[in-house]
Design a protein around this ligand. Sequence first.
Ligand code: CP
Ligand code: NVA
Length: 308
Amino acid sequence: MNHFLSIADHSTDELRHVLDVSFRLRSERESGRGNDPILAHKTLAMIFEKPSLRTRVSFQQAMIELGGHAIMLRDDEVGLGRREAPQDMARVLAGMVHGIMARVFEHQKLTDLAAVSPIPVINALSDLSHPCQALADAMTLIDEFGRDLSGKTMAYIGDGSNNMALSLAELSGKLGMNFIIAAPPGYELEQAAADRIMSHSPNMNLEMTHEPADAVRYADALYTDTWVSMGQESEADRRKRLFQPYQINNDLLATAPDHAIVLHCLPAYRGLEITDDVIDGPASRVFPQAHNRLHAQKGLLAVLMGGQ
Ligand code: CP
Ligand code: NVA
């Protein structure tokens, strides 16, 4: 594994290996003895074109707990693709640090960085995908249902055309899960993306519907994300009207199996895509899910930069 730009780029075995390392590092941390300094003398450059809480803190904390360092580079300082071409930035950083993670609008900037970078490039979210969140979500699902997730069903309610939906669909294919999207017309997972996922994971059950209740009927996990992703703020009013029937609330949850859990990558817009009583209720695993970002990012960094 050289870079981590999408779930689809990696085999099930590679993803399982990252998850196994993540669980091992989490156990070490929880035992109170801490982790070995796997990344001593290693530095991660972190470029952010968009805001972040979980991604920024989890990567920085992961580097600290593994004995390394992280340097935060705000986009107004470095101007990825504006002040400097991604290719040039990658070549410069490769002589100074040991890994690059970037949160960008255009996914192409990540592929441009990775095309020339001799050091690992990590996708910390792009308009296309959010694979680091999906890794942490796999941990949360495994915490709940065990290591073998095959045959489990995730129902994704909301914007099926966004970065989270794509990464979760790819993850579901890799782990043998069923993935059902309930989205308003025009906001489904792109057909080309669905075809690509099915060609990599031909046995996968990937469904799309416009009816949330149909999606959650047999679901083990319900998942939602904001209706207005970063960069889509000018569409907020229209989206909020259109997506209203796709809210995860207690009425929808009541139509799911009793054991179903609820996930959200956060930040959540309470009262829009998810209600307070659901996010704070007994089915919610949203905060352990957020905490798993730290452990998943540690596992990923340990594999990419620490030879694990
Ligand atoms: N889920 C997630 O990526 O959160 P941040 O945008 O706060 O990093
Ligand atoms: N789809 C959301 C995910 C936030 C973590 C966004 O891109 O804003």
